[in-house]
Design a protein around this ligand. Structure first.
Ligand code: ADP
Ligand code: ZN
Ligand code: ZN
Length: 885
C-alpha cells in the first residue's frame, strides 16, 4: 500500500490482480497477472475490468480472480508488468462465490475460464440493454434541523400544516414550506422510515399528490432534500400475468400431509447445518412444490425469529463484496435483508405463468430469469438480484448464475432435477443441477433436488435403492489397460482433498425424502398398456383391412367417452412433423431419403400452403428440401412412413368430426406467448384434445384432464443411448402424472410394440424404486454411469482423414497417460458417432469411463496440459454427457 514515504513512481502498482480474460482461449488457467493502479486500490474480486493484452496492448475485458499485495512472478517480469486500465464503468461485478464456481466449472467441464464467464454474465447486462439514469431524491442528512421539523410534522398530522409550519418556522428559523412542499417532505420521510432512503423524483411527487416535480426541485434548492443519480434499467414487467388464478394455488394454511411435514422439518433442520443435498422423491401431484414453498417460508421465518442476519449464518470465508458503485447507499435496498434468499431452478417449459404466479402469490416481489425475457428485462432482473432487492429468484438453467449478494443465499432448489434441459449442449457443457450442488457446497448451504422420476445419478447419491441393490465392489470391475482388474468403489467420496477436482456429489451429505402418495383427494391414474402388434391383428380381424392407424381402437374409444363427458385428453408423441421416412416402395431398390449434409433421414412436414403439400426437413442441420414425388433411382412413387405429431392430428380429425384440437410442439409454438395462450385455451375448456411432444409431458396441472394417451412408448426406447430405458420410464411416468388432477383418477393408455419391457410395465405401475434398482444393477454390471463416470470427446472435421488422424492422436495420448498414471480409465474409440456426419462435418467419438470423476479429471488435465485439447470447432469435450448422438 502507498505511504507517505513511498518512493515508487506514480504508475507503480499498489497491488497485483489475476484477471481471467473474457475469451475462448486458455492463456493461463487462473488468469493473467496485472498491476493494480493506485486509482483502483479498492478493486475487489469479481469486478469486470479492462486490461491491455499483447504487443499492441489491445484492450480486452476480464474478471478479477484474485487481488494480492505481492506477486510470485520473478522480479524481471514484475518490472514490466502492465496495469489494469479501468474498471467496468457501469459497475458490473460478479460475486466471489461465482468466481470460485467459474474456476471449478472451467476445470471440471474442461472449458476455458473466459468462456465460463461469458456464460455467467448475460449479454444484455454486458451491453447495458435498456440502461437509463434515474434521478433519486432523499432526506438531506440525519441529525439536521429538518429531523426536528419532520418529527413535528409527523406528530401533528391533524394540525393545519400552515399553522404548524409557521410555528416551526419561527421556532427553528427554518425556511417556510408550502403545503405541497410539506407533503413531499412527509412522503420522503415515510419512504425513509420504510427503508427506502432514496426515491425516484417523479415517484416522490406522485406519492405526495403533486402534479409536477417542481416542488421537489424547490426542496432540493432549499437543501431539505438531496439528489443522487442511479443507473437503472427500463424494461417492461418481466412477469406477464401475475394475477392469473389457478385452482388450488397452495394457499398458506393448507393442511400438510405427514410426509410433507416430515420433509419440511428435515429441511428446516438442514438450514443451519451447512452444506447438504436432499433429494425429494415424490410422485406426480404429491405436493412437492408445496414443500419448496414451505421450506423457504420456514427458512425466512427462522432467521428473522433468531434475529440472525443471513450473512452470519454461514462461515464460508468468502471475501467481502465488492463495493457496488451503482448503489452507494446500501439503504437503497428494499429487500428485507435480514431474511435469506432462495434460488429456485425449474425447467424452461415449466416457467409458465402458473409456476411463477405460485411463487409470487406466496412471496410477493420475486425475480425471474428465463429465455422468454427481452434483453432489457433480463438486464433489469439481473441488476435487481445483484443489488439484493429480491429474496426469491425463479429461473431456468442459467439462473444458477444469479448474482445474489454474498451471504444472502440460504437455499437452492432444483425442481424436476432429472430434466435433460438442465444440461447445456454448448461450451461450457455444464449441468445446472450439478453446478447447483457445487454452488451450495461453496456457500455452505442446503440444496434441495425434487422429482417424481429422479435421475439415477441423484438417486444413487442419495442412497436410493440401497436395500434392494447392493453390488459388492469386487463384482464391478473397470477394465484397465494394465489388465490388473482392480475392484473399485461404487461411489467414490471425493471432494475434501482437492476441491478443484471434487465431484459435485459429496455423498455423506445426501438425504432421501419421499412423498409416496398423491395429496389427499387426488389418486394416481390407472395405466393400460396397448400391445400394438395385437392391435394390428385385431383390427384386421374386425375390419378386414390393415391400414396405418396411430390411434388404437382402445385409445379411440377412450377419447370418445372422454369427449362425451366433456372432459379433456392429452396425447403425447415425442416426434414432431408428419413422418420421418420417405423411401422407395420397392425393397429391392431400397432407396431412403437422407439429408445431403448429414447421415440422417429427413422428416416430412405437411404444409398446405405449398404446392407439393409439404417439405422435407433435417432436424440436425436444419436443411430443407421439397418432397420428391418419385424414387430418383427407379421412378416409383415414394412411400411416406413413420410417426409425427402432425400425422396424429390429421388422423384425429378424420376419426372425430368436430373435434377441437390443438398441437403443441416446437413447430407450432414459436414463442412463450403461443405456449401460454394455448394452455389458457385448454384450461378454459376450448380444446378437447391437446397433441404434443414432451412439451405437454411436464408440469401441467389441469383438473379436467381425464385421459392421457402415449402414441408410442417406443420412440425413446430404441435410441442408441444407455439411458434409453431411463428416459422412457421418465416420459411415461411424467405424462401419466398429468391425469387424475381432478376428482376422477383418470386413465392413461400407453401404446407400444414392447408391452413387456420393464421401463414400460414399471412406469405403468408408478413403481420407480423397482425400476431404478434393476436399472442400477444393470449399469453396475456394464460399468456405466452413474455407477461410473463418463466423458465424451467428439472430434469433427469436414475432411474425413484429418478427422480420423486427429481422433487417433488423441486416443493414443489418452491411452498413454492413462497407463502412465495408472488411472484405470476405459478409453473407447475413436469410433463413428451414432450420427456420423452432421452439416458436412464427419464426427468421431472417444468415450472415457472411469471409476470416479477425479480419475477422469486427471486424465483430461493431462491432455489439456499437453495442449492437445484445443477448444475450437474441431473438438468438443462433454463431461457427464446426457446426449450421446
Ligand atoms: P407436485 O409438485 O408434486 O406435482 P404440487 O405441489 O403441485 O405437487 O401439488 C399438487 C396440487 O395439490 C396442487 O394444486 C397443490 O396446491 C395441492 N396440494 C399440495 N399439498 C397439499 C395438501 N397437503 N393437501 C391438499 N392439497 C395439496
Ligand atoms: Zn442435415
Ligand atoms: Zn426405388
Amino acid at each position: 500500500m502507498p505511504s507517505l514515504f513511498d518512493t515508487r513512481p506514480i504508475d507503480a502498482p499498489v497491488a497485483y490482480a489475476k484477471v481471467a480474460l473474457e475469451q475462448g482461449i486458455d492463456l493461463a488457467p487462473d488468469g493473467l497477472t496485472y498491476g493494480v493502479p493506485a486509482a483502483l486500490n479498492d478493486l475487489a474480486i469479481g469486478e469486470r475490468v479492462t486490461v491491455p493484452l499483447g504487443r499492441g496492448d489491445k484492450r480486452v475485458t476480464g474478471y478479477v480472480m484474485e487481488v494480492t499485495e505481492q506477486s510470485d512472478l520473478p522480479p524481471a517480469k514484475l518490472g514490466r508488468i502492465k496495469l489494469i486500465l479501468e474498471r467496468d464503468l457501469s459497475g458490473i461485478s460478479l460475486t466471489p462465490d461465482l468466481v470460485e464456481l467459474a474456476k471449478w466449472m472451467a476445470s471440471y467441464y474442461c472449458c476455458p475460464l473466459g468462456m465460463v464467464f461469458v456464460t455467467m454474465l448475460p449479454a444484455a447486462v454486458k451491453h447495458g440493454t435498456g440502461s437509463v439514469k434515474r434521478e433519486m431524491v432523499g432526506m438531506a442528512g440525519e441529525g439536521s434541523e429538518f429531523r426536528v421539523l419532520s418529527s413535528e410534522l409527523k406528530t401533528a398530522e391533524s394540525d393545519s400544516p400552515t399553522t404548524r409550519n409557521s410555528e416551526l418556522g419561527t421556532r427553528n428559523s427554518l425556511p417556510k414550506l408550502t403545503k405541497l412542499q410539506q407533503s413531499i417532505l412527509a412522503a420522503a420521510l415515510k419512504q425513509r422510515d420504510e427503508g427506502r432512503a432514496f426515491t425516484e423524483i417523479r415517484e416522490l411527487a406522485d406519492l405526495a399528490g403533486a402534479k409536477t416535480i417542481s416542488p421537489v426541485r424547490q426542496l432540493i434548492e432549499k437543501g431539505v432534500l438531496i439528489t443522487q443519480t442511479q443507473a437503472a434499467v427500463r424494461a417492461a414487467p418481466a412477469i406477464i400475468d401475475p394475477s392469473e388464478e389457478t385452482k388450488n394455488n397452495g394457499a398458506p394454511g393448507l393442511l400438510l400431509t405427514p410426509e410433507q411435514d416430515a420433509a419440511i422439518r428435515h429441511l428446516a433442520g438442514q438450514v443451519h447445518a451447512g452444506f447438504s443435498v436432499s433429494l425429494l422423491h415424490g410422485v406426480t401431484g404429491s405436493g412437492k412444490t408445496e414443500v419448496y414453498l414451505c421450506a423457504i417460508e420456514r427458512l425466512m421465518a427462522e432467521s428473522s425469529e433468531f434475529g440472525v442476519r443471513s450473512s452470519e449464518l454461514k462461515d464460508n470465508n468468502l471475501p467481502s463484496a465488492p463495493r457496488n458503485r451503482e448503489t452507494p447507499n446500501s439503504e437503497l435496498r428494499t429487500r428485507n435483508s435480514s431474511s435469506p434468499a432462495a434460488l429456485i431452478l425449474v425447467p424452461e417449459i415449466a416457467l409458465t405463468p402458473q409456476t411463477v404466479a405460485r411463487f409470487q402469490r406466496r412471496f410477493g416481489d420475486i425475480a425471474v430469469l428465463h429465455s422468454g425475457l427481452t434483453p432489457a428485462q433480463r438486464h433489469e432482473q439481473w441488476r435487481r438480484i445483484r443489488r439484493g432487492e429480491v429474496n426469491i429468484v425463479v429461473g431456468a438453467r442459467s439462473a444458477i448464475f444469479a448474482p445474489l449478494p454474498p451471504g444472502s443465499l440460504g437455499i437452492i432448489i432444483v425442481d424436476e432435477e432429472h430434466e435433460s434441459s438442465y444440461k447445456q449442449d454448448q461450451l461450457p457443457r455444464y449441468h445446472a443441477r450439478d453446478v447447483a450442488v457445487k454452488r451450495g457446497q461453496l456457500l455452505n448451504i442446503p440444496v434441495l433436488l425434487g422429482s417424481a422420476t429422479p435421475s439415477l445419478e441423484s438417486y444413487l447419491n442419495a442412497g436410493g435403492g440401497q436395500n434392494e441393490f447392493r453390488v459388492p465392489s469386487s463384482e464391478f470391475r473397470v477394465e484397465s489397460h494394465e489388465g490388473n482388474g482392480e475392484g473399485h468403489e461404487l461411489v467414490p467420496q471425493l471432494g475434501t482433498r482437492n476441491s478443484e477436482l471434487a465431484t459435485p456429489s459429496v455423498r455423506p451429505r445426501y438425504h432421501l425424502l419421499r412423498l409416496p402418495t398423491r395429496v389427499p383427494g387426488l389418486k394416481l391414474p390407472k395405466v393400460e398398456i396397448v400391445d400394438l402388434s395385437d392391435e394390428r391383428r385385431k383390427r384386421y380381424e374386425y375390419t378386414g383391412k390393415a391400414g396405418v392407424h396411430l390411434v388404437s381402437l382402445r385409445l379411440e374409444a377412450a377419447i370418445r367417452s372422454t369427449m362425451k363427458d366433456k372432459q379433456q385428453t392429452l396425447l403425447l408423441l415425442n416426434r414432431r412433423g408428419y413422418a420421418n421416412y420417405i423411401s422407395c416402395p420397392d425393397h429391392k431398390c431400397g432407396w431412403l431419403l437422407k439429408c445431403d449434409h448429414c447421415d440422417a433421414t429427413m422428416v416430412f412436414h405437411k404444409d398446405a400452403q405449398l404446392p407439393t403439400g409439404g417439405y422435407m426437413h433435417c432436424h440436425h442441420c436444419t436443411a430443407k428440401q421439397l418432397l420428391p414425388k418419385t424414387c430418383p433411382l427407379c421412378q416409383k412413387k415414394v412411400t411416406i412412413f413413420g410417426l409425427g405429431t402432425q400425422r396424429v392430428e390429421e388422423e384425429l380429425e378424420r376419426k372425430f368430426s368436430g373435434i377441437r384440437l390443438a398441437r403443441m410442439d416446437s413447430d407450432s409454438m414459436r414463442t412463450a406467448r403461443d405456449y401460454a395462450e394455448t394452455l389458457d385455451q385448454f384450461r378454459g375448456g376450448l380444446i378437447d384434445v391437446l397433441v404434443g411432444t414432451q412439451m405437454i409431458a411436464k408440469g401441467l396441472d389441469f383438473p379436467n384432464v381425464r385421459l392421457v394417451g402415449v402414441i408410442s412408448a417406443d420412440t425413446s426406447l430404441h435410441m442408441p443411448d444407455f439411458r434409453a430405458s431411463e428416459r422412457t420410464f421418465q416420459l411415461i411416468a411424467q405424462v401419466a402424472g398429468r391425469a387424475g388432477r381432478g376428482s376422477d383418477p383418470g386413465t392413461v393408455v400407453v401404446q407400444t410394440f414392447n408391452p413387456t419391457d420393464p421401463a414400460i410395465t414399471l412406469a405403468s405401475k408408478h413403481d420407480f424404486d423397482t425400476f431404478a434398482a434393476a436399472e442400477l444393477k444393470m449399469r453396475a454390471e456394464m460399468g456405466l454411469p452413474p455407477v461410473t463416470r463418463m466423458a465424451r470427446i467428439v472430434v469433427r472435421d469436414k475432411d474425413h482423414v484429418a478427422c480420423y488422424e486427429y481422433a487417433k492422436t488423441l486416443a493414443a495420448h489418452l491411452n498413454q497417460f492413462n497407463a502412465e498414471m495408472k488411472l484405470g480409465v476405459r478409453v473407447r474409440g475413436p469410433a463413428a458417432c451414432p450420427i456420423a456426419r452432421i452439416a458436412e462435418f464427419h464426427r468421431l467419438q472417444i468415450e472415457l469411463i472411469g471409476k470416479d470423476a477425479g480419475t477422469l479429471q486427471k486424465l483430461m488435465t493431462a491432455l489439456r496440459n499437453a495442449r492437445l485439447l484445443k477448444s475450437d470447432n474441431h473438438v468438443a469435450v462433454d463431461v457427464d454427457p446426457m446426449a450421446l448422438m
